[in-house]
Design a protein around this ligand. Structure first.
Ligand code: MN
Length: 210
């Protein structure tokens, strides 16, 4: 009998709370099946190895092959699923669709840093979506901070996470097809653009400032 050292994270919202941006069905597959499988696989792979008692982030920075792939995917999905907040309908009097900027505290450190390093929130969003859309195959697009607090956007293939480059990961979009195919089919760019509406910027700011 294996003792589970890594467990499935709890979602900080109900499975249907992100609709219509992310459907309950996608959550049931993406969180309930895909992430659960990475957790099950990793627990089997690390049993009896030097990685067995290691924190997840340390496993990601020290492992390769199957252990890295499963550990990386767990770390990536843990950061992904805990960066969202329940979807709120835009107010009926709003003519322009929400961009996500409405939900950021204008005095937050993360917004100040985004404007400092990208010029504007809109320029940051455009670069982030462009890098997510043009990442070939499966992977992740990340907003991270370097040791000095400077923000960077990077593309990581497959299970990649910026911690392996010494960066602090803050925000991510999953461009594996399993993240969007049920709701958006092949329209990856539309999916990425819609995600801004459910980003919990207080959580991103907490990650940046901690
Ligand atoms: Mn995924």
């Amino acid at each position: 009998m294996l003792s589970a050292i890594i467990s499935l994270i709890a979602l900080p919202y109900a499975p249907n709370a992100l609709e219509p941006v992310i459907s309950r069905e996608t959550i049931e597959y993406h969180y309930g099946k895909h992430l659960q499988t990475y957790v099950d696989n990793l627990n089997k792979l690390v049993a009896g190895t030097e990685f067995e008692a290691m924190p997840l982030e340390e496993i990601v920075t020290k492992s390769q092959g199957a252990i890295f792939n499963n550990a990386g995917q767990i770390l990536n999905h843990n950061l992904y699923f805990t960066q969202f907040k329940p979807y709120e309908d835009p107010k009926f009097e709003e003519i322009v669709p929400p961009t996500g900027k409405e939900t950021i505290n204008p005095k937050s450190e993360i917004l100040k840093a985004i404007i400092r390093d990208f010029g504007s929130f809109e320029a940051f969003q455009a670069e982030f979506e462009q890098k997510g859309t043009t990442l070939f195959g499966s992977g992740w697009v990340w907003l991270s901070a370097d040791k000095s607090g400077k923000l960077v956007i990077t593309q990581e293939p497959n299970a990649g996470n910026p911690v392996t480059k010494g960066l602090k990961p803050l925000l991510t979009m999953d461009v594996w097809e399993h993240a969007y195919y049920i709701d958006y089919h092949n329209r990856r760019a539309a999916h990425l653009h819609s995600l801004w509406q459910i980003i919990d910027w207080s959580e991103i700011n907490r990650r940046y400032t901690e």
